[in-house]
Design a protein around this ligand. Structure first.
Ligand SMILES: [Zn+2]
Ligand SMILES: [Zn+2]
Length: 143
């Protein structure tokens, strides 16, 4: 195996891992926004629910670079490459109907998942299983 092939394999695996992590984090984010609310568990409140709630009430306080208009140069470069989301990409998550752009790392998955109705499909499956959908909105205090 040549060094070029080894390097290409490493880069390919890194890209696959990045996209898989972004997707899984997006599914968790969707579930948080859809079902979690304060009072279910003190541990969930401290580590998941309240930070998520605070972020939806005050965007920019958590994943700062996804809301920062003037990030450091290295971050701006990664944002131009799509490896990290620029503020304009993520901003749609915080606007009506509050049901898109759940993946918060790259710019590659959200357009596809939103276009095919992936999140609404998950909600339809959940509803068929007896769950009620309670999407995070400002009217609900961000959760
Ligand atoms: Zn959210
Ligand atoms: Zn945000």
């Amino acid at each position: 195996m040549t060094y070029a092939l080894i390097a290409a394999t490493i880069v390919l695996h890194a890209c696959i891992c990045l996209l898989a992590a972004d997707f899984l984090a997006g599914v968790v984010h969707w579930a948080e926004d859809t079902w979690l609310r304060p009072g279910i568990s003190p541990l969930l409140d401290k580590w998941v629910v309240l930070p998520n709630l605070e972020h939806h009430q005050r965007p920019g306080g958590i994943h700062y670079w996804g809301h920062c208009g003037t990030p450091p140069r290295a971050i701006a470069l990664l944002q131009r490459l799509g490896v990290l989301q620029p503020a304009a990409h993520h901003a749609l998550h915080h606007k009506r109907p509050y049901g898109v752009r759940y993946c918060t790392t790259t710019t590659f998955l959200n357009p596809v998942l939103d276009r095919i109705g992936f999140w609404r499909g998950l909600e339809r499956i959940a509803e068929r299983c007896g769950a009620r959908v309670h999407r995070a909105t400002p009217a609900r205090g961000g959760y």
